[in-house]
Design a protein around this ligand. Structure first.
Ligand SMILES: C[S@@+](CC[C@H](N)C(=O)[O-])C[C@H]1O[C@@H](n2cnc3c(N)ncnc32)[C@H](O)[C@@H]1O
Length: 104
């Protein structure tokens, strides 16, 4: 389940999910990440700017069950210590990425 409040990105992601044949297992909704229930999640991935990470962090701290993994893309969560950091120099399209793995 993905959450995004930009309509165009929701459409773009939904089209991609369909094209990849993943409609049965993946879905994007138009919504606010600050208003979701994450209590049943096993894995959360975020690609948010630091200010949004700071805003969603207390919600995740309140709701996530113990052991849930959180993967942050490019921007780490302040106040949390990553269990693993992985840098990808080139994703095949010339972009580099850093992934931060946290566990509650
Ligand atoms: C760093 S950008 C990532 C852009 C895009 N997802 C990508 O993969 O290139 C952060 C994204 O989070 C979305 N976002 C920020 N705050 C949000 C919120 N409260 N609820 C839903 N989406 C939010 C923005 O619309 C933006 O698309």
């Amino acid at each position: 389940m993905g959450v995004e409040f930009d309509k165009d990105l929701v459409k773009q992601s939904s089209d991609r999910i369909e094209k990849l044949g993943l409609s049965k297992s993946a879905q994007i909704i138009l919504g606010d990440i600050m208003e979701q229930d994450y209590s049943s999640a096993d894995v959360i991935t975020v690609y948010l700017l630091p200010m949004s990470n700071d805003k969603v962090r207390p919600i995740l701290e309140r709701q996530l069950k113990k052991g849930t993994r959180i993967v942050a893309h490019d921007f780490e969560f302040s106040g949390w210590t990553a269990e693993k950091v992985q840098h990808i120099e080139d994703d095949g399209e010339g972009r580099s990425h850093t992934l931060y793995l946290y566990r509650r």
